[in-house]
Design a protein around this ligand. Sequence first.
Ligand code: ADP
Ligand code: MG
Ligand code: MG
Length: 211
Amino acid sequence: PQRDAGTAAVAAVENVAARIEAEREHLTDLDSAIGDADHGGNMARGWQAAADAVSDLEDPDIETVVKTAGKTLLSEVGGASGPLYGGSLVFASAELEDGLTAESAVAFAETYLEKVQDRGDASVGDKTMVDALVPAVHTFKKSVETDDLHPLEALAKAVAAAEHGVSFTVPIRAAKGRASYLGWRSVGHQDPGATSTLYIMEELLATAADH
Ligand code: ADP
Ligand code: MG
Ligand code: MG
């Protein structure tokens, strides 16, 4: 089963790369409003490199795929989002060393969020990717552990929670990252990193549903 999860993980990275490329301009537009207009380019370049790197792996297990994608993002993407996405993927990939199960998926999600918050020091309400991640991870964990939902259903609920989190970033003022330099002028704009986090999660769900 571990090898199948590895194959699915490669497909997930490829699907994320394609989706981010399709959303490149939109992400750039969002970052032009409250940042420096590089989020679309940063993410598209990084995920394309990650897709290339993981497709070169021979018979990879899921931990190796996620770690390789993270390392590639770390080396290809600068700015705030490179270390946040890349470093957290590398760190959380260790939770998948025994393969993909509902339990290891929850552990992966929690460790990923923990690392993003360790590194970035952002909380809910700071108008960052954390606003999408926190509700998503909590919903995923609760759906698996308390509601005993199938992991796919749990992931679908997590995506819906992330979507709400993205909408929540619009009316609030940025307190972390570049957008915070704008102060109140950041109000009324959707956060680019929360948005890319949602797209990534949507592709994870689509890929998981397909495998
Ligand atoms: P940069 O701001 O360095 O140009 P990007 O444009 O690639 O980097 O990424 C910006 C996104 O990074 C923001 O929209 C936000 O979601 C996320 N971000 C910035 N700072 C933090 C932080 N301290 N914690 C969590 N996420 C952050
Ligand atoms: Mg930027
Ligand atoms: Mg930048």
